[in-house]
Design a protein around this ligand. Structure first.
Ligand code: TRP
Length: 479
């Protein structure tokens, strides 16, 4: 077997992880999640979820990845015991799953870069979205986007992913800062900032049962958690730099880019008098395109905006593909290049229904794929990882976290217990409510079910206790 690849530098790892985190989740998904969940109120819960749940969960993925230097399946097996390979397996499947629809949206972005250049959507911005979002056009661009992703991943960890993200991430930041500065000069932006930055806490309190799982799901999605992407990236760490410090940089950079994107999107919409609650998958495309169509120098600004989105989408998509590719490469004797191509082809096929947006129970395929990932797969995967790292192993996890960092022992224990309690409980609540959302969307359950938060928490506590008990007793390697 050839020697396993590693990042060439610490900055290379951090940029790759930031590239994974910063993506369509920050720019495309965030505004419509926020619009559906009470605007700025959503921002508050989301940031709390990032800090209290996302950050410890990110460190958990780093710990398993660096400790085992393996793909998620072998990593969890080696770290926590044979049965935990299932959690890694779920992760590989979810990488396959998410990328299949992520790439369709990536294809839309590709199309909008071209459309901004030529002004193709200037005449009829919303009609344009409808005409490219589904059908053969969408399929062709889904293919083109996947080809780009496969091309980068095929080049390997250092020459593909690291090099690519070293260019893409700084470009995203520079372009976004420029766009946000420009957006601040538009007339009427105050309304945009107000909507984005002043939370309505009453709405929040009234809607917590529905806002909470969405915020946790969003925190997981945006930090690329719950399916082993960060396990995989940390598995390429050769040395022993501080995991808490690297994790903190990644969380801060990801949040800054997310907020920055909001400071572009909301003021532009306000300046153009476009409603914020154009909820739906096309929201950012239709409304930003409508704005660029009338603003002076709309072509240039449109290209700038959609190029940001394209780079963000690409640098995230490669992390999704890498999870699957690293698993297959390490469990077969095949080369990375053909594996990347074959896996990429499979993902392309799985995405076909979303490019045609066939609907089920009135909900389109793309929304279904997204819903299942958000509400079931990511919280379930995150829960599995938290149980494996927190409960099957305690000492080994805190030791691995401490390696190369000068954080105190107390901090390590605070992390471990946050992981064991807050993260496990929050993810169980999210999962319980997520199952409900799926059943309601499928028409199986009335939407009034489980509307009492205390009931949900009590139910989740019971489930979490059973899971923790199970995790404690499942076979585990002594370490
Ligand atoms: N974080 C990316 C975004 O915000 C998407 C992404 C990349 C992702 N890798 C992931 C989401 C792994 C969940 C799991 O767009």
């Amino acid at each position: 077997m050839t020697e396993r690849e590693t990042w060439s530098s610490r900055a290379g790892f951090i940029l790759a992880a930031v590239g994974s985190a910063v993506g369509l989740g920050n720019v495309w998904q965030f505004p419509f999640q926020a619009a559906n969940n009470g605007g700025a109120a959503f921002l508050v819960v989301y940031i709390a979820a990032v800090l209290l749940i996302g950050f410890p969960a990110l460190l958990a993925e780093f710990v398993v990845g660096r400790n085992t230097e393996s793909n998620p399946v072998d990593a969890l097996r080696e770290y926590a015991g044979e049965s935990w390979a299932v959690v890694g397996g779920l992760g590989v499947f979810v990488g396959f799953w998410i990328l299949s629809f992520y790439s369709v949206v990536g294809g839309w972005v590709l199309r909008y870069v071209g459309g901004s250049l030529t002004g193709a959507y200037f005449g009829d911005p919303s009609g344009y979205f409808a005409s490219i979002a589904v059908g053969v056009d969408a399929l062709a661009l889904h293919f083109a986007f996947m080809a780009l992703v496969v091309g980068i991943v095929a080049l390997g960890v250092e020459d593909g992913i690291e090099l690519g993200t070293k260019v893409m991430v700084p470009a995203i930041v520079v372009l976004l800062v420029a766009l946000a500065a420009w957006a601040s000069t538009l007339p009427g932006v105050a309304d945009g900032y107000a909507y984005y930055l002043s939370p309505d806490l009453d709405t929040l309190a009234a809607n917590l049962p529905s806002v909470l799982p969405n915020a946790v799901g969003q925190a997981f999605f945006t930090l690329s958690l719950g399916m082993g992407a960060m396990v995989t990236y940390a598995s390429y760490l050769g040395g022993d730099d501080s995991l808490p410090a690297d994790g903190a940089s990644i969380v801060v950079l990801n949040t800054l880019v997310g907020v920055l994107a909001g400071l572009v999107v909301f003021p532009v919409l306000a300046a153009e008098g476009i409603g914020f609650d154009t909820a739906g998958m096309g929201a950012v495309f239709e409304s930003m395109a409508a704005a660029f169509a009338t603003l002076p120098a709309g072509n240039v600004l449109g290209v700038g905006f959609f190029v940001v989105l394209l780079l963000a989408a690409l640098s995230s998509a490669i992390s999704l593909l890498e999870v699957v590719v690293s698993y297959v490469v390490e469990n077969t004797t095949r080369d990375r290049k053909p594996v990347a191509a074959i896996v990429g082809a499979g993902i392309f096929l799985l995405g076909v229904p979303t490019a045609f947006d066939l609907s089920l129970n009135g909900v389109g395929a793309l929304a279904w794929y997204n819903l299942l990932a958000y509400n079931l797969f990511l919280p379930a995967g995150g829960l599995g990882i938290a149980l494996a790292v927190g409960w099957t192993q305690g000492g080994r996890s805190t030791r691995e976290l401490a390696r190369g960092s000068n954080a105190s022992e107390t901090l390590g224990l605070a992390w471990l217990w946050t992981l064991r309690t807050v993260v496990v409980l929050a993810l169980t609540v999210t999962l319980v409510l997520g199952v409900k959302t799926v059943l309601v969307t499928a028409g199986v359950l009335a939407s009034s079910a489980l509307s009492s938060m205390p009931l949900v928490v009590a139910l989740a506590a019971v489930v979490a206790a059973v899971l923790v008990g199970g995790a404690r007793s499942v076979d585990r390697p002594t370490a």
